[in-house]
Each structure stands twice: as C-alpha cells, then as structure tokens.
Design a protein around this ligand. Structure first.
Ligand code: FNR
Length: 387
C-alpha cells in the first residue's frame, strides 16, 4: 500500500494560489459541462448532450445516484491507502476507466487520439470504440504503453467481425467490450432536429475504411468513391439478428476477455455467464437508446447478486463525481466507466482537458474513499451506502 498521490492535486492548485495563480479552466463539473455546451456547434452539442426521446432515462441515471447516500465512517486511519485494482487482468490505479465513445473528432480535431493520450497521462484505461474517428491502430499508438480495451459494434458478416477483433488483438488491446444495446439507433430528438448523423458524412468510420475485409467488398477504394464506402458502412454497421448463441463465434476469435456492455437484468447476466463471457457492463448507453430504461445504479444490485462472484461487473451511465463512483463500487461494481465528463474536457481543451478532467476526478475519488473511512477499494462495501 502506498500513499495515494491523487488527492495531492488540490495542494498543487492551492500552492499556485500563493503565487497569485488561479485555475484558468472550470473546476466544478457543472461549470465544465456548461463550458463544453457553449464551445460546441449545435450538431455536435446535441450529439454529446442528447439522449433518447424524452431523455427520462438520461435524467434517471443521475437521479439514482442522488437517491443513494454515502454513510462516512470515522477513525479508520486513512493516512496510507491505495485506490488500485486489477480488473480482468488489467491493472488500474483506480477502478475508473474511460467508456467507449465514437466520432470524437466532432468534439475536437484530435478526437480519440487526444482522449487516449489524456487517459495515458492520467494512467487510466481508455476504451476505443469501433465507431472512432481514427483507426484502432492509431488510437493504440497514441496511448503508448498504457493499457486499452476495444469496444466492438458487431457488424453484419462474420468475416468483418472477426477481422475487427483480430486487429484489436494485434494492436495490443487487453479486452473486447461488445455493445449489446445499439443494434439500431435510439430515437434521438436533438439529433433529428438538426438532421445530424456524422457517420453519413464519413466521420467515425475509420475502422471500416481501413479494414481489409470491408475494403474487399467495395466496388472502388474509399479514396476514390467515398459515397459507396459510406453506403456500405450503413449496410454492415450493425447486425440486429445476433443472439446469445452467436457469442460462441466471438469466443473462438479471441483469447482476450470478453465483456458485454448493456446488461440491465439478473436474467441476462446469468445468460452471459452461461455463454462463457468474462465480464459485464451495467449500462443503458447514457440514456441514449431505450427511453424509460432502468437507471444503471438501480439495476446493479440484481446483476451483482446473479453473477458478481463469477464475472467482473462494471457500470456506466450517470457517473459524475468520485462519490458516484464510490457508490457504484459499494453496491458491487468492480469498476466504473466515465462517459460524458471526459468529453466535456475534450470539447473544451483537447488532450489537456481530458487529462485534467481525469486527474480532478481521481483526486475527488481518492478523497471520497478516504473521507468516508476506507483505505482500499476492497474495503468499500454495501455498508458505505445508506438510503
Ligand atoms: C456513447 N456511448 C457509446 N458506447 C459504445 O459502446 N460505443 C460508442 O461508440 C459510443 N458512443 C457514444 C457517443 C456519445 C457522444 C456518448 C455520450 C456515449 C455510450 C458510452 O459508452 C457510455 O455508455 C455512456 O456515455 C454513459 O453515460 P454517461 O455517464 O456519459 O451519461
């Protein structure tokens, strides 16, 4: 166990204050969110901030965290502590990862490369989306030595699916996250109002344009006929006919851990275990898919009860503070994924904004863990949360 360095970030800021220097960026999450909102054009703004239909689930994700309260415990000697944890063989300085998010070049020209670099600077694991603006190989390279995971949108055609997974393995990704909740796009009024879908402009399809299997199906290379490539992408992006039985195919393609993203019930968690996967992410895609879906924090206990001893259980959708992360961990999550907050950092200040957002989040998380009476993540259990 070592002294956690994360909380010391605040002293760095206070010390600079002694020299008359104040942060030149928003420190509170609300101010950062507002700054990102103002920095973006209407299309990208709606894409980042919007959810499905009435956005009820998007709000409910946040409300569930407000309904649960930490019950700090005193006099536990938290001077020496560590937030480190290993999840599915990936060592993490804290159980906090970056959720897969596509088309990030609509938020900042360096998009996923900036996010991967910012994550590496903070020491956190970045999850690269299939729908990234840069190729998975470029993102892996941007992350340097840092561990990363790869998120798969299961395409039509086994050959293409296999190719994407093999490329991820060859590029050094440490796990395959399969997203289960986006076979079709949810009804998203903000995007519809702007008639804005970046993929149709060829943004967010770099992994396809660079894929040998995908390219072999085109009448002409994308460099000569982008329109045809985009049309082909629309046809193969997703395969809504995939079932539990198909997971056996995926299992044959890779020796990496397989993590299913989008599980919201104990029953599906049990099916996942039977299918032989290694982990789950309790997620409703940040309220962007099924409006009215259960908040992830409310779904978590049933999933943990069903498979928590056998599979890694992660959670995203609505994590906005160190305390939120701590609540999810107390209720049984092995780790959480941060979504929109790191994108606010990206939209306002690129790589530096991502790194700073993550560093702030880690400091807040470390302090929440310590001040509520814990020295390690393993000590954080259900007793930490009241109602
Ligand atoms: C996403 N998410 C997502 N998920 C995924 O598996 N692949 C993807 O390409 C994307 N793309 C994406 C774009 C944008 C703009 C957002 C906001 C989200 C979902 C993401 O991984 C995660 O589940 C949510 O972001 C969690 O919700 P919050 O905490 O961001 O509200």
């Amino acid at each position: 166990m070592s002294d956690s360095p994360f909380a010391n970030y605040q002293y760095e800021i206070y010390l600079q204050g002694m020299a008359g220097v104040k942060p030149d960026h928003p420190v509170s999450w609300a101010d950062l969110e507002a700054a990102a909102h103002d920095a973006l054009e209407p299309g990208p703004r709606g894409y980042l901030f919007g959810g499905a239909c009435t956005e009820d689930t998007m709000r409910e994700n946040l409300a569930a965290f407000r309904r649960h309260r930490l019950v700090p415990r005193m006099l536990h000697d938290v001077e020496t502590r560590t937030t480190a944890r290993t999840v599915l063989g990936t060592e993490m300085p804290a159980p906090i990862m970056l959720a897969p998010v596509g088309v990030q070049s609509i938020l900042h020209p360096e998009g996923e490369l900036a996010s991967a670099r910012g994550a590496a600077t903070a020491g956190l694991v970045y999850t690269a989306s299939t729908a990234s603006s840069f190729t998975m190989e470029e993102i892996a390279e941007a992350g340097g030595d840092a561990d990363q995971w790869f998120q798969l949108y299961w395409p039509r055609g086994e050959e293409l699916a296999a190719s994407l997974v093999k490329r991820a393995e060859a590029a050094g990704y440490k796990a395959i996250v399969v997203t289960l909740d986006t076979w079709l796009l949810g009804w998203r009024p903000r995007d519809l109002q702007e008639a804005y879908l970046p993929f149709l402009q060829g943004i967010g399809i770099a992994n396809y344009l660079s894929d040998p299997v995908f390219r072999s199906t085109l009448p002409a290379p994308p460099e000569e006929d982008m329109g045809a490539a985009i049309g082909q992408f629309v046809g193969v992006f997703s395969n809504p006919a995939v079932t539990w039985e198909d997971l056996a195919f995926l299992r044959e393609q890779t020796s990496l851990p397989i993590v299913l993203k989008g599980i919201l019930s104990g029953a599906d968690a049990e099916r996942a275990r039977e299918a032989g996967v290694d982990g789950l992410i309790v997620s409703n895609h940040g309220g962007r898919q099924v409006d009215g879906a259960i908040a992830t924090l409310d779904a978590l206990p049933e999933v943990v009860e069903a498979v928590g001893d056998d599979l890694a259980v992660l959670l995203d959708s609505g994590i906005r503070s160190g305390s939120d992360a701590l609540k999810a961990i107390a209720l049984g999550a092995d780790a959480v994924m941060l979504g929109r907050p790191y994108l606010w950092g990206l939209a306002t200040d690129g790589e530096a904004g991502v790194a700073r957002t993550l560093r702030s989040f880690l400091a807040d998380f470390d302090l929440a863990m310590a001040l509520s009476g814990h020295r390690t993540i393993d000590e954080v259990g259900p007793a930490a949360v009241g109602q």
